[in-house]
Design a binder for this molecule. Structure first.
Ligand code: NDP
Length: 337
């Protein structure tokens, strides 16, 4: 089979492309410009014509993917802004929502061979920060972020702007699918990962230019930018990027994943959990908060992942494996000497 992967040059997407190729799929990736594809062509050179790239310069334009969807059996839509630089909430909401709708519209009109559309959503569209620790499931929706952005606009917290973009995009996807499901031969499967960490495969010249989640991890674990207090209290749930990539393949090949949103995570973390492992492996890295007691950590956001276990049964990388492999990657890049 052949899969269309949108935003193929992103942190998550490059691992997604690699997973599909390793499982024997052909991949057609989209990038915003030819120059963003050069490194990828090299990276996946050994796959010959099983890997191809097309340029889609504006994903929000209606019909943007009309050519790209032709002849593919599945679509993995990953392209969406993940950064905290948005001033106007629409800077992130418009590409998230209209990018998703334009992929689905092209699949509706020209995706006659498509059977499954996998959407890289986020736990951002599930969680709501509140005063008490809470366990969330696929039944929950982040209404709070949308409310915040509606009420405060540019003054809303940047995290809320991103969360609203992911919530509105996922909701738009389900609304579109429910409206058109009698007209199409494909269905939709949504993956909801929390913070994604792990080795980097995409093109990055220096740590400051890492994708958002990897940069947060670098700042906490390598650069020592968090206070002891923050190291012991900042955290959420996480997943290894390689496991999230594997989940994309499973979401493509598992019939029962159709019509489902699925949380993909092995559990919760505080940044000090990773700092402890990193410092043990490389004593020259910061020790961080030496009085941190993981048994006393309060995890405000936790997830019920029983649906994932039932549908996919992913054997997750441990925090130890993720930390070890990420640091080895950073060392290989010459970022840690
Ligand atoms: P990256 O920033 O590494 O990748 C984002 C991708 O989306 C890039 O290909 C980027 O293209 C593309 N993109 C961003 N904005 C636009 C836009 N306005 N128009 C067209 N393309 C755009 O981030 P990740 O790999 O981390 O994110 C990939 C997906 O995973 C996103 O949907 C994100 O929401 C989701 N996700 C990520 C998490 C994480 O912790 N990393 C957690 C949960 C979900 P370009 O390089 O040209 O900008």
């Amino acid at each position: 089979g052949k899969v269309l992967v949108t935003g193929a040059n992103g942190y998550v997407a490059v691992w997604v492309v690699k997973s599909y190729l390793e499982k024997g799929f052909s991949v057609r990736g989209t990038v915003r410009s030819e120059s963003k594809g050069k490194y990828l062509r090299q990276l996946f050179q050994s796959y010959g014509d099983k890997f191809e790239l097309v340029v889609v310069d504006d994903i929000t334009r209606e019909g943007a993917f009309d050519e790209a969807v032709k002849g593919v059996d599945a679509i993995a839509h990953t392209a969406s802004p993940f950064h905290n630089r948005a001033d106007d909430p629409n800077d992130v909401i418009v590409p998230a929502v209209h990018g998703t709708l334009s992929v689905l519209n092209s699949a509706l009109k020209h995706g006659s061979s498509v059977k499954r559309v996998v959407i890289t959503a986020s736990c951002a569209s599930i969680l709501e920060y509140g005063p008490e620790p809470r366990v969330f499931s696929e039944k929950d929706w982040n209404e709070r972020a949308i409310r915040e952005v509606n009420e405060k606009g540019r003054a809303a917290a940047n995290g809320d702007k991103y969360c609203a973009s992911k919530t509105l995009a996922e909701r738009a996807a389900w609304d579109f699918y429910n409206k058109h499901k009698s007209e199409v031969q494909w269905d939709v499967s949504v993956l909801n990962p929390p913070y994604v960490f792990g080795p980097v495969l995409h093109e990055v010249d220096k740590p400051e230019n890492l994708n958002e989640s990897s940069r947060l991890w670098w700042d906490a674990v390598v650069a020592g930018k968090l206070s002891n207090e923050e190291l012991a209290t900042n955290g959420s749930a996480w997943v290894d990027v390689r496991d999230l990539a594997a989940a994309h393949v499973l979401a493509t090949t598992t019939p029962e994943a159709g019509g489902e949103r699925v949380i993909i995570s092995p559990g919760a973390f505080k940044y000090q959990d990773f700092v402890n492992i990193a410092h043990r492996l490389y004593p020259k890295l910061p020790a961080g908060n030496t009085s941190y007691d993981p048994a006393k950590a309060v995890h405000m956001i936790q997830y019920d992942t029983s649906k994932e276990r039932k549908l996919f049964g992913i054997k997750y990388h441990t925090a130890e494996e993720m930390t070890r492999d990420t640091l080895e990657d950073f060392i290989k890049r010459g970022w840690i000497s």
